[in-house]
Design a protein around this ligand. Sequence first.
Ligand code: AMP
Length: 506
Amino acid sequence: MSGNLYRALSDGFPDDRTRIAIEVPGGACFSFAALDEAVGRISQLLLDLGVRRGGRVMTQVEKSPEAVFLYLATLRIGAIFVPLNPAYREAEMGTFIADAEPAVIVGQPRSEAMLGKLARAHGGGIVLTLGQDASGSLLDRIDGLAPAPRIADLGADEIAAIVYTSGTTGRSKGAMLSHGNLLSNADTLHRIWGWRDGDVLLHALPIYHVHGLFIALHCALLNGSRVIFLPRFEARAVIAQLPRASVFMGVPTFYTRLLGEPEFGMEACANMRLFIAGSAPLLPETFAQFEARSGHRILERYGMTEAGMITSNPLQGERRPGSVGPPLPGVSVRVAGEDGQAMAQGEVGVLEIKGPNVFRGYWRMEEKTAEEFREDGYFITGDLARIDEDGAVAIVGRAKDMVVCGGLNVYPKEIEAVIDALDGVGESAVFGLPHPDFGEAVAAEVTLDNPHADLDEARIIESVRAQLSGFKVPKRVFVVDALPRNPMGKVQKKTLRERYAETFKG
Ligand code: AMP
């Protein structure tokens, strides 16, 4: 039996392949036959370009059905998919290309020259382009190609994707996920979330992240379901399509935005079976307001790049606000101190997990990988959690000081490095503050070592914006005389979060 994930996904396609797999409202529509044909032709192109099993196919493209086909083609030939956020800029892309050494890089048409330059600087990689409107060389080059005849036979342990997550040190780590990791998770979620004939997924998530690329799409493909594929989240577009859908997945920000639309209510949700939330904590207020307006109790689940989904509130039974539910079948969880000492039941500690969903390690970082696993195979998530008496997990914070802004992870160290390098800055501390729209917003406290430097809040923000993606740019910068430090010299981020907690409220 082949362990190739594409084999398993395509086994879920309906017998009637004329049924719709992906539909872009007001745009293209692909049947399962058309999807499989496009995937086969892109597979052939990748093979013709010399991409082999284990070779990396990096993408930095806008969301489109063709970008999904490229992902599936990479699986199909046994190469490794490396998705990147289209917001990344040149310096960030250079780091990823140097680290992943891709055989092929597919970028947006406007990035072609930049990617070509980076590929040459970092030892090669063929650059192709794909626009959101299906323009670009990737699709030009599959014109007239016959689909590659076979799906590669693979072991379940072979790597399907490398997804970058940053460390608190700011250095990106590529989490290697195997075909077996992804398939076991997809099979479990398909079952426990009760996917059934006729389900339609409304997809508004980005596809460079685990949530939109793996969790949402794998469930729908395994189920042979139609996916209504929105190019991005836009509350009114979601409300317009909801009556045709039965399943929706979103980050908490999506739900607060839907609640911000006066026309959102029971009527739009009449056909809906399931609303799922994750990637960041769902506020109990949001859960309650959503139930009052729509009649639906959002099912919150918890996961991370390194493990896909880990816990989920139940489909049947109580969905508890503030809880992320028990571990998925086959997944074990425990809570431990920093030293690995088990904590008493109900106490807060770092969540450790084990199961078939847990990744195969960080790409070319053996030592880092070893540090994050216990000897008995448990992975240290870095999330602070409590396990309640009935086995449900509550996430209470992050051991690492990551900020999650609109569902996207921001690692303070990376931004601090950029601010610290500005002429006139003494030092900086970046932290997250509660924000009614984004969940959390990035903020910074900064000291100046030259009081005459021509620097103020606006200039610092502008300088960061020139170097980093928008979601990493601080929304507020507070210039102060000194950062709060403990006697050991460590900056007290907790104090900062408390000091400015009210900044975005009201
Ligand atoms: P990522 O690797 O980008 O998927 O981010 C994973 C991190 O997001 C986790 O380690 C958690 O800190 C956070 N996270 C994901 N889902 C939830 C949730 N339901 N509640 C609280 N935090 C979450």
